[in-house]
Write a protein that binds this ligand. Structure first.
Ligand SMILES: CC(C)(COP(=O)(O)OP(=O)(O)OC[C@H]1O[C@@H](n2cnc3c(N)ncnc32)[C@H](O)[C@@H]1OP(=O)(O)O)[C@@H](O)C(=O)NCCC(=O)NCCS
Length: 140
């Protein structure tokens, strides 16, 4: 598969980003908010096949020693074909020297464990919507 990778946020179809996040069951917002979040991120990555956006991801970081991954998603038709791995590896390459954290969608931990992530024992979160996050399985 000839997958095109782009780190560039310009000319991204943000409606599509919101649609894909919704499609894969992740938190999604109005398209202009995704644009702002990606534009304000340290690394952004989009994957395309035949000019169709099929996946993306982003990291926020201080660029020195701390980073966090968000919005890693691959459209269902292209999952389990190595695209998630491409997204993760290319973002991680830009974060060398950083401790990288994330919170996996419940059930997706295995994907990250395969890529050398380990469960955190002291991870704490102050979520905007704590009850919902608890119900979704993110917190105690
Ligand atoms: C999680 C996700 C990004 C993985 O992308 P993908 O393109 O399907 O993954 P890949 O095909 O690159 O898989 C890479 C490896 O991880 C493994 N893997 C993928 N999903 C997995 C899962 N849920 N549990 C365990 N292993 C998994 C694959 O078997 C593969 O292993 P291999 O290298 O030994 O062959 C994708 O399934 C997705 O978008 N899911 C919905 C959104 C989501 O939950 N995102 C994560 C938010 S934290």
């Amino acid at each position: 598969m000839d997958i095109k990778i782009s780190f560039d946020c310009t000319n991204v179809n943000w409606d599509n980003v919101a649609k894909i996040l919704k499609q894969v069951g992740m938190r999604h917002y109005a398209p202009h908010l995704h644009k702002k979040a990606f534009m304000n991120s340290y690394v952004t990555l989009f994957t395309y096949f035949d000019n169709q956006m099929i996946g993306f991801g982003r990291a926020i970081s201080d660029g020195v020693y701390q980073a966090a991954l968000y919005d890693i998603a691959v459209i269902p038709e292209y999952q389990n074909r190595g695209i998630g791995k491409i997204i993760l590896r290319n973002i991680m390459d830009k974060l060398q020297g950083c401790n990288v954290i994330l919170y996996a969608s419940p059930g997706k931990e295995g994907f990250y464990i395969r890529h050398d992530f380990r469960r955190m024992k002291t991870g704490m979160a102050n979520f905007i919507n704590p009850d919902q996050k608890r119900e979704m399985g993110f917190t105690d």
